[in-house]
Each structure stands twice: as C-alpha cells, then as structure tokens.
Write a protein that binds this ligand. Structure first.
Ligand code: IMP
Ligand code: MG
Length: 179
C-alpha cells in the first residue's frame, strides 16, 4: 500500500506531538466553558479521536457529515449536510474539528450554519492548512501544520475513500490520480 506515497510530509510522531500541543492550548482557552466538539466526518475522525483524548477539561462531542456539490476534485461551495448533529448547539461553545482547510468553503459554511442555530461561539481546529488554495474568508483558530498545495492522504484523509489509515500524512503519487 505504501507504494502510492511519493513522500511523507508529517510523521506519526510529529502528529502526536502537535496534537498534544493543540489540546493543551484548547484545554486552557476553554477552561470553565462548555466545550462541545463537532467532528466533521469522515476526514476528521482520526484527528478528533486523538485530540479529544488529550483534552483535559470536560467536553462533549457530536458528529456531522457533509458533502460538497461539485465535479471531480473541484468544490463548488455548495455544501450538503449528509449527517446532522443529534444534539442542539444552542448556547454552546463549539469547536469544529476537521482534517484540512483547503478552499475553506466547507468550514465557512459549517461555521455560519452553527452560528445560525444559536451556538454561543464557533471556532475551527484543523490539523492541516493549504493557505494557497483559500477561497472563503476563514482561518483556523487552532492549526497543526501548513502544507504545500499537493494532494495528501493519511491520518484520516483519503483519495477515493482509501489510505485514511496511514498513520502519517503523505503526498500521493500523481500517477495514482492521473490514470
Ligand atoms: P475545503 O475545500 O476547504 O472545503 O475542503 C473540503 C474537503 O476536501 C476537506 O475536508 C478534505 O476532506 C478534502 N481535501 C482537501 N484537500 C485534500 C487533500 O490534499 N487530500 C485529501 N482530501 C483533501
Ligand atoms: Mg473531509
């Protein structure tokens, strides 16, 4: 399976260390508040699980799944909620946990959506950021790593639903998706 990887960008150890750092900052910033994690499926599941384990204050979690309408690898900015939260977010301090900020269209939609439902605050935490690709006016409040504009897989991120299980973040070989 490793033969699809061109190079490893972020190792398992680097991810673990960064997750601890982020969780420590989040635990400090949300002390005394009602922290409610919203994990974005599927890409955000691995990062969320690791992050939540390192958070040292009481917190709740729920899941959302979204899909963006668009052809192939292009996102159109129109987001559809495929799986919604089970609980109300009204009055809660929400931290949306996602794999990557790319165009930013998904997270910018989600942020507005949660605020419209009466969340007290909505912040965003992603493990990766591709700054060059940004279309929407959004930045991560908590961010792991800046990465170049290359297609990556692993640590929850997929190509055609595969390779989410790599414990590192790696650049996918171009021949894998240019076939
Ligand atoms: P957005 O463009 O910021 O709305 O990101 C939409 C989604 O695209 C992210 O949640 C990821 O699931 C996916 N995505 C963006 N870049 C990559 C990548 O390099 N590898 C795998 N998935 C990606
Ligand atoms: Mg995703």
């Amino acid at each position: 399976m490793l033969e699809v990887i061109e190079r490893i960008l972020i190792t398992r150890e680097e991810l673990q260390a960064k997750v601890k750092e982020l969780a420590a900052q989040i635990s400090k910033d949300y002390e005394g508040k009602e922290l409610f994690l919203v994990s974005v499926l599927k890409g955000g599941f691995m990062f969320t699980a690791d992050l939540m384990r390192e958070i040292t204050i009481p917190c709740e979690i729920d899941f959302m799944a979204v899909s963006s309408y668009g052809q192939g690898s292009k996102t159109s900015g129109v987001v559809k909620i495929v799986k919604d939260l089970d609980q109300s977010v009204e009055g809660k301090d929400i931290l949306v946990v996602e794999d990557i900020l790319d165009s930013g269209l998904t997270l910018s939609y989600l942020k507005q959506n949660l605020l419209a439902r009466g969340a007290k605050s909505v912040k965003v935490c992603t493990i990766l950021n591709k700054e060059e690709r940004r279309k929407a006016d959004i930045k991560a409040d908590y961010l792991g790593f800046e990465i170049p504009d290359e297609f990556v897989v692993g640590y929850g991120l997929d190509y055609a639903e595969k390779y989410r299980n790599f414990p590192f973040v790696g650049v996918l070989k171009k021949e894998v998706y240019q076939k």
